[in-house]
Design a protein around this ligand. Sequence first.
Ligand code: ADP
Ligand code: MG
Length: 736
Amino acid sequence: MGLHRSASGALRPRMRETNMNKPHTLSMEHDTAPRASDYFGSLTFSGDVMLKRLPPDVFMNLQRTMRHNWQLDPSIANTVASAMKEWALEHGATHYCHWFQPLTGATAEKHDAFLSPTGDGGAIEKFSGDALIQGEPDASSFPSGGIRDTYEARGYTAWDATSPVFLLRSSNGHKTLCIPTAFVSWTGEALDQKTPLLRSIDAVSKQALRVLRVLGDTTTSHVMATLGCEQEYFLVDRNLFLKRLDLCVCGRTLIGTEPPKGQQLEDHYFGAIHERVIAYMTECEERLFELGIPVKTRHNEVAPGQYEIAPTFELANVAVDHQMATMHVLRTVARTHGFECLLHEKPFAKVNGSGKHNNWSLSTDLGANLFDPRDETHTNMQFLVFLAAVISAVDTHADILRASIASAHNDHRLGANEAPPAIMSIYLGEMLDDILDQLERGESKRSAKSVPMDLGARTLPQIPRHTSDRNRTSPFAFTGNKFEFRAVGSSQSVAWPNTVLNTMIAQSFDAIATELEKKLGKGATQAKREAAVRTVLKDIVKEHRRVCFDGNGYSSDWHAEAKKRGLPNFPSTAEALPALVTKKAEKLFASYGVLSKRELHARYEVQLEQYCKIVQIEGRTLSQMAWTQVLPAGWRTQGELADTVSGTQHAGIPCPESEAALSDLARLVAALRNSLATLDEAIASQVADLEQRVGHCRTAVLSSMSKVRECCDALERVVPADLWPLPDYAAMLLVR
Ligand code: ADP
Ligand code: MG
């Protein structure tokens, strides 16, 4: 793997500034189509743009921060800000903003104009170093979990120079200069996703380097977390979307009966992409390329109306920002194509939901992937040590890892036989499993070679069989040279699960490095080192192997087996979140300076609150739709049927079937009305204690919602189509 770290801090090829102002849509004036590589990164202040526009000493100074994580030198800020302003103005931008990721799960931006009056009736464009480095948004309206006391509402945003500044372009061409920033309270406590992520990246880098050193590596100077996220999403026709309050307000359908054709025929996955969808995907890609986001893969997913987009991996911090920008672009571009992009984890019942596969690895500054087993795995001591560290981390902190992906949305998906179970386990594949056997016995002599796979047709090439097979049912799979955390939800920010991953693995590295340093002292021979590593590996494998599981994660046998092995199983958010505030979690995050106890508890509280608010909003939305749309449709149908029955009887024709249908319908309508009364009661009841409120939402609100849904869906099957007030699943899942 040839990792190239560009000046932007991203892992990607160099970009050219020359074509940045050229329109790149194919027009009659072009005799050749414009290439994506010509405008890749053209809306980012990085690479050659920086090189050309900054004095060499300032450029070098900034590179030290971007490439080698040196602290930012504030003396260069004015020069950098001035160059950025000129570049942004040349592109037609009028405003700049500090772009940050508060605990809402979304991004936030407050725009300020460059324009500044001169006092004599004129104006000039200004952008100072201070304005680049620090902003002071009012923090009082963002969730803080009690960190921000109301009497001190100030919050600060601070420039994160390791992630490229970019121009966000709206569909009407307006551009805003966006400066990626961290968001903290006036006391310096994290109020966002980026601050702990950056701290966790430092922690895992530092501890991984210690492991490399004790294993005899003297050349690596820096270790970096890498990340590539596969994003699943649905597209629905925007006209239909706007007719459904549940989609508009909650991002998912709260009612809707199964369509005749869902995903039974398995004809959508990797199927030919509809022309309207390809046009949409192409525009998304153009917009993402301009932002220097290296999207690579696009395809139809399993459910009808479901798709996937994935980039080439980058440095974790940049990848997280790019992931947030990708979700933004997917949503906004959809509207110009007459679609709405649904990023919700479960927009439709009875067809697959959406996830986000979080591909994570570690790379050295020299470009070596630390999870690449190379050819002879058993000789690769370093690989085995890193692998063992991950196994031990996932086993020790399975509960925290589970909590990192817990949300009201993801609850509808995890464990639903389309997504991994809520039990955290690692899939390693046959070869590595065999190696663990050997390690446990204190030896490692051979690795099961990958056997070339015979495809049975002479015209096809012989390809080596991937030694780690694909097991779609595992939440955390080793996929050849990286780990794929598959339980992450499609709408969530990947910052938090990666913060958790980095931190828990940093702790494993720390423990292993400490143990080996103690055993080896200075100047150990290779033989001594190998012997020490073997002992450490043996102990880790013995203790933590229980978390490795290669079988079918969907099966009920696994649930029983996992229980026997003592692995935690938290089926829903309500059970999962408390793992964030155990003594173990407090110690983990505090030890590596990622989150103080106060910051951790604040996050816990924010998540509990968010869970309750989401469920409450969903409950209210369902209540409104059912009272004002579904129930009236039921009554109208009942009225029509009653007229029919009495008219028929009046004509002297007995009609017992119609009478029975009428009484069935009347019963259904009454059941809906009763279940709605229960739902309204559940929504209205005030539960002061936050943790009890979570329990109330999970049991009382959600269960009464599902009773209401049952009645609504039953009505949808009998109410005449012209009286049914909502677009149905069949219409929404079909692209026309
Ligand atoms: P799939 O999982 O669908 O088979 P791939 O294995 O090709 O697809 O890759 C999925 C994602 O994993 C991509 O975004 C890719 O860039 C990313 N990826 C590949 N190698 C690494 C790595 N070393 N670190 C982080 N992500 C990686
Ligand atoms: Mg994948």
